[in-house]
Write a protein that binds this ligand. Structure first.
Ligand SMILES: Nc1ncnc2c1ncn2[C@@H]1O[C@H](COP(=O)(O)OP(=O)(O)OP(=O)(O)O)[C@@H](O)[C@H]1O
Length: 301
């Protein structure tokens, strides 16, 4: 559905190499998270796919069409939800969506627009001006605008930035529904738990290069050998009490808790050492790594 080969981008103005030999192959129906810190190159990549920024080098195929030779066709295949609010605030919600439909040659699609507005809880705002919408409504309008031409791929550039938790969950449900209809989705986000909840594949981009690209479950499994152990004692602790565990860098928290990370295969051995040192604990908590921990490890190298 989306094939990116040896994609590079250097901005002429400042000679910033924003993308370095990016290769990505996304098949139909995948729900992929594109994760990366500020300035990693995510928006540059999306802008190139949208035809807003010119690549320096590489090949891109969208739905089988070459972006260089068949740009118009590629535009029909993708819908992009940009980070910035991108519509004329002097028009009403309905006008904005009708105008956008017109760009793609869709006429008389009032019913579909109503469906979108209903699904995105914007129906009662149909006649409201773009400028009069709340931040969350503006974000939802951008999603409707990206979907109005029924694209096969939806790319969302941080759609939930600054959106409250309740609304974020409504959006997640909507995205899940779209995914269930067979749509291909790419989501860039700073909320890692969002990627963990929604996406099946995780691509991590760092300083313009892809440093991880794997099914989420595989990433979690590969990195899940490390566990975080927390022990609770019924007396006040000193980190010196755990000198016998120094290779695991134990930390004392809230006076009575100690925590450290170990390979899960070492758990029995470590617990035995603790008992041998007469450190009788009253409670034990074991935490597996979350996608967020893995992501941080990856970008820190
Ligand atoms: N128009 C531009 N001209 C020059 N440099 C740019 C331009 N746009 C982006 N850059 C630079 O390219 C790099 C990648 O930026 P980009 O916006 O793609 O990152 P990002 O991953 O989307 O970040 P964020 O999460 O903050 O949106 C950054 O160093 C940025 O300063």
């Amino acid at each position: 559905m989306l094939k990116i080969k040896n994609l590079s981008k250097t901005y002429v103005k400042n000679q910033k190499e924003a993308l370095k030999n990016v290769n990505l192959n996304i098949t139909q129906g995948e729900f992929t998270a594109l994760l990366g810190q500020n300035g990693a190159g995510k928006t540059t990549l999306i802008n190139i796919l949208a035809g807003n920024v010119k690549k320096t080098y590489g090949e891109i195929q969208i739905g089988g069409y070459d972006l260089d030779k068949q740009e118009l066709e590629t535009k029909k295949i993708i819908g992009i939800v940009p980070q910035e609010i991108a519509y004329d605030p002097a028009f009403t919600v309905e006008e904005i969506l009708t105008k956008q439909s017109g760009y793609f040659g869709f006429k008389n699609n009032k019913e579909y627009i109503d469906e979108l507005l209903e699904a995105l809880a914007l129906k009662d705002k149909k006649k409201a001006y773009g400028r009069a919408l709340s931040g969350g409504m503006k974000r939802r309008l951008l999603i409707a605008k990206a979907l109005v031409h029924k694209p096969k791929i939806l790319i969302l550039d941080e759609p939930t930035a600054g959106v409250d938790i309740e609304l974020r969950h409504t959006m997640y449900e909507f995205l899940k529904k779209l995914h269930n209809t067979g749509m291909t989705l790419i989501l860039t986000t700073h909320y890692i738990e969002e990627a963990e909840k929604l996406c099946k594949r995780v691509v991590v981009i760092n300083e313009g290069a892809i440093i991880a690209d794997a099914p989420k479950d595989k990433l979690l499994k590969d990195f899940s050998k490390e566990i975080k152990v927390e022990l609770l004692f019924d007396w006040d602790l000193d980190v010196a009490d755990f000198v016998f565990l120094r290779e695991y860098h134990p930390k004392v928290k809230e006076k009575r808790k100690v925590s450290f990370k170990i390979d899960k295969d070492d758990l029995a051995k470590v617990l035995e050492r603790i008992t041998q040192n007469n450190m009788k604990f009253v409670d034990l908590n074991i935490e597996k790594q979350k996608l967020e921990d893995i992501y941080l490890q990856l970008i820190r190298g």
